[in-house]
Design a protein around this ligand. Structure first.
Ligand SMILES: [Ca+2]
Ligand SMILES: [Ca+2]
Length: 230
């Protein structure tokens, strides 16, 4: 061992090795924070960001079958944590109800809906709506979970964590969405010319649930001065 250290070249090598043993761990510990890749650094990075959204739409369609006047069809839409995913948020949930009253003369049937969100997380307000069976939408209800969400890419200045929380659904909208669809059936007293059948005692309703789920992405905007304009 003594002979080893008497050689100046070996001493230098040993010194270099010891130096790198210290420098490398320090270097690799520093690099992530220098380029903003470590956890805390990334979520708190300030700067100018291009904020964009990737959407997924979940839909559920069903038909109530024929309902008599005053009868209620119970429509349930399940929005689970598994569907939403860890890094995604719920933008909105919509129910659309349409009906086409072609059983008698004129579109005189209608329908109404009442929600019950007792099985849904968050502080969401129940809604009621109603409308006529003209063939199109009789009525619809929309719950905007993240206010102001439109899915449009924009630029923002600030911390990543602030932008992320701006678009958070705060874990709401998960669970069992319920709307009772109640039929209003009207038998038109005016007979159909040339027909013996003119009795309307039922109506069916097409129901479509739509949930929009999104993920936020942020890309740094590099403000490099354009040399040609100077
Ligand atoms: Ca009718
Ligand atoms: Ca009808």
């Amino acid at each position: 061992m003594q002979e080893f250290f008497q050689d100046r070249r070996n001493q230098a090598m040993f010194g270099g090795t010891v130096l790198f043993m210290f420098i490398f761990p320090i270097y690799f510990a520093l690099v992530p924070s220098l380029v903003g890749l470590d956890g805390a650094g990334a979520s708190d990075s300030s700067g100018t960001w291009e904020v964009s959204f990737t959407e997924e739409m979940f839909t559920q369609t069903e038909n109530s079958q024929e309902l008599s006047d005053g009868e209620t069809y119970e429509s349930i839409f399940l929005l689970t944590e598994e569907m939403i995913g860890e890094n995604r948020n719920v933008a909105s949930v919509t129910i659309e109800v349409s009906c086409n009253d072609n059983d008698d003369v004129g579109f005189n049937d209608g329908g109404s809906g009442d929600s019950d969100l007792a099985g849904v997380s968050g502080e969401l307000q129940d809604q009621s709506a109603s409308g006529d069976c003209g063939g199109g939408n009789a009525f619809s209800m929309t719950w905007n979970i993240v206010e102001g969400y439109d899915g449009v890419t924009y630029e923002a200045e600030g911390k990543m964590s602030d932008i992320t929380s701006r678009w958070s659904d705060n874990e709401s909208a998960r669970g069992e969405w319920y709307v009772g669809v109640t039929a209003e059936v009207v038998d038109n007293p005016v007979p159909i010319v040339g027909s013996f059948v003119n009795s309307d005692d039922s109506q069916d309703y097409d129901i479509t649930w739509t949930a929009i789920v999104f993920e936020v992405s942020m890309e740094p905007v590099l403000n490099i001065a354009d040399p040609t304009t100077e």
